[in-house]
Design a protein around this ligand. Structure first.
Ligand SMILES: CC(C)(COP(=O)(O)OP(=O)(O)OC[C@H]1O[C@@H](n2cnc3c(N)ncnc32)[C@H](O)[C@@H]1OP(=O)(O)O)[C@@H](O)C(=O)NCCC(=O)NCCS
Length: 142
């Protein structure tokens, strides 16, 4: 796999680099409280993206977020980046909340084993105000 050629490192979140990513709007600005759970991703020593998670009330479970710099997309890095994040923070369950129109992200997550929650569950989350009408949520056990 192409991603095997990349040595990944997760370092401290760097605000300047996050601000430079032109699609940074795809993920929310991490609040001060969650900064310890967010990282700048380095691939072979170069800044390649940002990954992190919001802790949940469930043990070992995080709501993950990822953005890769354009030149690092399409190389299958997503899987290895999430594996490294889960390993670092002891996460066993990953949830991803994705806009329905972000087909690239939806298919990239499904390709690495994320499963959409049932329509019933999605409807319930929306009715409780926990999920936007334009969003879907997917889950992966690691
Ligand atoms: C979503 C994202 C993290 C996927 O990670 P990835 O490591 O690039 O995933 P993959 O390597 O599996 O590639 C996914 C798809 O990107 C597309 N792609 C391929 N090369 C690409 C490139 N150079 N630039 C943009 N997209 C490319 C392809 O459609 C590819 O699917 P395919 O391999 O089945 O053809 C990444 O595209 C990204 O950072 N997107 C912008 C931010 C975003 O939407 N984040 C998710 C918010 S929920």
């Amino acid at each position: 796999m192409l991603s095997d050629y990349f040595n990944l490192e997760l370092k401290e979140f760097e605000q300047d680099f996050f601000d430079q990513l032109e699609t940074a709007g795809q993920i929310k600005q991490p609040s001060f409280e969650v900064l310890p759970y967010f990282h700048t991703v380095y691939a072979n020593g170069e800044k390649a993206g940002v990954v992190g998670y919001h802790p949940t009330s469930l043990r070992d479970t995080g709501n993950v977020e990822i953005i890769l710099a354009p030149e690092f997309r399409g190389k299958g890095l997503i899987e290895k980046v999430y594996e490294t994040l889960a390993d670092r923070h002891g996460l066993k369950n990953l949830y991803a909340t994705i806009n329905r129109r972000n087909m690239t992200s939806l298919s990239a997550h499904e390709k690495i084993g994320f499963k959409r929650l049932s329509e019933e569950k999605l409807t319930e989350l929306r009715s409780r105000g926990l999920l936007g009408s334009e969003e879907v949520r997917l889950e992966k056990k690691v």
